[in-house]
Write a protein that binds this ligand. Structure first.
Ligand SMILES: *Cc1c(COP(=O)(O)O)cnc(C)c1O
Length: 378
């Protein structure tokens, strides 16, 4: 046996190694200025993201969960209004809805893309639906054209949770290209360290074309106050830190190249796992540019496969092991096992493989070979 090389699910130290000097300089600049809260790097980074996504405004905040909360608070619905959210996503999507005083209505997903679509959303609609909150899961956008048509027809807001999908994009029916977060009333982004653009701590941001909404969000993130000690609304303290903004701004120009590396790793998996019985590869919808925050396969023998890979030093992730409608904290909503069967089955079958930019084609091939061995040996 050769030396066992461990393959992690993400490798943040490897990324820091590639740009140590730039990061250190960016952080030192903030320390020198001593302007830690809403200092110049925040506005500069907000402008750079707004331009990249193709929207008029970007508003930084403390994390991606607050970004969702702030938008819902700004849009103003209140109990008993309902927000349609996927049952298969990170907890924070639904947690933000709950903490905004709204009722999450959990929606099933497409078995091949893990995203909601117009059919699954329509099945959740009621006369109290005010917001549709699709998640662009794992770095691929949900089908926005059909979702927007449904929301417009029925007069609901569309808020896109693009926490995992900065730089993901989609061809519109008119032939234009829309970035994740740019087509709804607002889109939200997370800069949690393991996201495709990760900070050195928590961070988040909201993108929108709506001038009034952007103004209100800028107030709500500083307790709701306007100048002169006057408060028209009760907001929160949720700012994007200057240090985080400086790090993120230094990293932003590399995002294109990192995404290309992720896509190249995914292409290795697509090729080497094609036709492996027992493995279902992620499907990319036509017109979608997938950014592979995760490369997530489905396997009936998921847990045994995961153990097999772990014994070979290959780390994987299970996102997500339990659907949101069956979380104990939401028991009062009255969901039962079997209510959202696609999400429930996905939780038993999904396995995310390492796809981080520094993995390289050799790293992806090593994981793919180990998966083939597992199914060959039975
Ligand atoms: C990461 C994430 C969030 C929340 O982001 P934080 O910055 O950790 O608060 C919300 N939704 C999804 C889908 C996420 O992946």
């Amino acid at each position: 046996m050769g030396v066992l090389t461990r393959t992690p699910l993400v490798d943040l130290p490897a990324q820091y190694d590639t740009m140590r000097a730039e990061i250190d300089r960016a952080m030192a600049g903030v320390v020198e200025s001593q302007r830690f809260v809403l200092g110049p790097p925040v506005g500069a980074f907000e402008e750079a993201v707004a331009e990249r996504v193709g929207v008029r405004h970007a508003v930084g905040c403390a994390n991606g969960t607050d970004a969702i909360w702030l938008v819902l608070r700004a849009l103003g619905p209140g109990r008993p209004d309902e927000v349609i959210v996927p049952a298969f996503t990170f907890f924070g999507t639904a947690g933000a809805v709950w903490n905004a005083g709204l009722r999450p209505v959990f929606c099933d997903v497409d078995p091949e893309t893990f995203n909601v679509n117009a059919n699954t959303v329509r099945a959740c609609w009621s006369d109290r639906t005010r917001v549709v909150l699709p998640v662009h899961l794992f770095g691929q956008m949900a089908p926005m054209a059909e979702l927007l048509e449904l929301a417009r027809e029925r007069g609901a807001h569309m808020v896109e949770d693009a926490a995992q999908a900065l730089d993901a994009r989609q061809r519109t029916p008119g032939g234009a290209i829309a970035c994740a977060g740019a087509s709804g009333t607002a889109g939200t982004v997370s800069f949690f360290p393991t996201k495709n653009l990760g900070g050195y701590g928590d961070g988040g941001l909201i993108v929108t074309d709506d001038d009034a909404l952007a103004r209100l969000l800028r107030r709500l993130r500083v307790h709701g106050g306007v100048s002169g000690g006057r408060y028209d609304a009760v907001g929160v303290n949720s700012r994007l830190d200057s240090l985080q903004a400086a790090v993120l701004h230094a990293k932003l120009p590399r995002l294109t190249q990192w995404t290309e590396s992720r896509r190249a790793n995914a292409a290795v998996y697509d090729e080497m796992l094609a036709g492996v019985p027992g493995v279902r590869r992620p499907r990319v919808l036509s017109g979608n540019f997938h950014t592979y925050h995760q490369y997530t396969i489905r396997a009936r023998e998921r847990d045994r496969l995961r153990d097999h890979l772990r014994r070979r030093g290959l780390e994987t992730g299970v996102y997500y092991p339990r659907p949101l409608h069956l979380q104990p904290c939401f028991s009062e909503l009255g969901y039962r096992p079997g209510d959202l069967p696609v999400a429930e089955t996905a939780c038993r079958e999904v396995l995310s493989l390492p796809v981080f930019p520094e993995l390289g084609a050799d790293g992806a091939a090593r994981v793919a070979r180990a998966i083939r061995d597992f199914f060959r040996a039975g």
